[in-house]
Design a protein around this ligand. Structure first.
Ligand code: PLP
Length: 375
């Protein structure tokens, strides 16, 4: 049997990783500034994380949500404290798409409505409700086409004010669009969504799957403002590679038995991984590191926009997009094969950096020096 060939791949086989470094099967070392699509939050193979998973699997790897789960309670308490949202409730899933799927479903259960507002260039995953609010026809099968979704331009305050009405079930948006090009939502835009949702009984869903968990230099990117969404979806950095996701649900929602459910979501091993991630983020001040090193990197890149070498630089914290005038394919290939640096892309012209939150300044400098050679 072969694997179903849906991923274009680089001819590299990583076999070992530590912090922001990866080694392939020939012993070649790489600098990882992409973390496998923003997943690596506390660095590869962090010793506390490895120990927590090893100890948990030796005790109890899995049982379903039909028994008491003190580990879920511990995770919810620690997450509430570190994120500054102790009043929210946690429902655990296994991935980002599944988190958004449950967020949309919960919103619809809550107000009994169907119309969802989403934004151009957004990405929310590939399951049916999630992919229906993503305006990319190439990832929508005919079975996913839905007539309940309205797609508006991102950051368009007037459009959002005009579109949210008494039929709107939910608005879903990314605080910083990742796949769509590292586009940061403005404060005015987020406030307009919050106000219009409040005025019309619609649910505000903040997709923090990529921009959350400290990546933006705040625990959640909306914490640059004073708004609070009704539901916050998470995954990626939450497990540092262990598949775990979840939604944070504001107190306005009442849980009912059977309303949501999952076999694997919130299992013992997933909780152990997620608790270790949170402990490391807290004890090693990684949100602050993301903020400081993000500011450092952006400050180094901005002069390159002024002197015309770069078209635009966007982002917050350690979620950075470097847009060039021309396609970046060749530069990324040089970075990976000659300089041994993994980067990501958003579309054809934007290099996307999503390093671990404990990346070092010297490691970012290494990227900046390498990039300069190709501009
Ligand atoms: N939401 C956002 C903002 C994402 O970036 C992604 C994945 O890239 C998803 C949802 C889907 O997450 P997953 O691939 O874990 O289903």
């Amino acid at each position: 049997m072969s694997t179903f060939n849906v991923y274009p791949v680089y001819d590299i086989t990583p076999v070992k990783a530590k912090g922001s470094k990866l080694w392939d099967d020939n012993g070649i070392e790489y600098l990882d500034l992409y973390g496998g699509h923003a997943v690596i939050s506390i660095g590869h193979s962090h010793p506390r994380y490895v120990k927590a998973i090893q100890e948990q699997i030796a005790k109890l790897g899995f049982y379903s949500n039909s028994v008491k789960m003190p580990l879920q309670d511990e995770l919810a308490t620690k997450l509430g404290e570190l994120a500054g949202l102790p009043e929210y409730q946690l429902f655990m899933t296994n991935s980002g798409a599944e988190s958004n799927e449950n967020a949309l479903k919960l919103a619809s259960f809550h107000n009994g409505r169907k119309k969802v507002i989403a934004f151009s260039k957004g990405f929310h995953g590939r399951t049916s409700a999630a992919v229906a609010v993503t305006d990319n026809p190439s990832i929508q099968a005919p079975i996913n086409f839905a007539d309940h979704v309205v797609i508006l331009p991102f950051n368009d305050v007037e459009a959002v004010k005009a579109a949210i009405d008494g039929e709107t079930c939910a608005v879903i948006m990314e605080g910083i669009q990742g796949v769509g090009g590292v586009n940061v939502a403005t404060e005015e835009f987020q406030k307009a969504i919050r106000e219009a949702c409040d005025a019309h009984g619609a649910v505000y869903i903040h997709d923090s799957v990529q921009c959350g968990y400290g990546r933006s230099g705040k625990f959640f990117s909306f914490q640059d403002t004073d708004i609070k969404p009704d539901i916050i979806s998470m995954a990626k950095g939450m497990g540092n590679g262990f598949p775990v996701g979840g939604i944070l649900i504001s107190p306005k929602f009442e849980a009912k038995y059977g309303m949501l459910g999952t076999t694997f979501g919130g299992n013992h091993l997933a909780c152990a991984a997620a608790i270790a991630v949170l402990d490391v983020i807290k004890d090693e001040n990684l949100v602050q590191n993301a903020r400081e090193l993000g500011e450092y990197t952006l400050a180094k890149l901005k002069p390159l926009v002024e002197n015309g070498k770069i078209k635009e630089v966007r982002g917050r914290g350690l979620m950075i997009g470097v847009e060039l005038e021309n396609p970046i394919k060749e530069i990324r290939e040089k970075l990976i094969f000659e300089d041994k640096i993994f980067t990501g892309a958003s579309g054809a012209n934007t290099i996307r950096l999503l390093p671990s939150l404990n990346v070092k300044k010297e490691e970012l400098d290494r990227f900046l020096d390498a990039l300069m050679k190709y501009l």
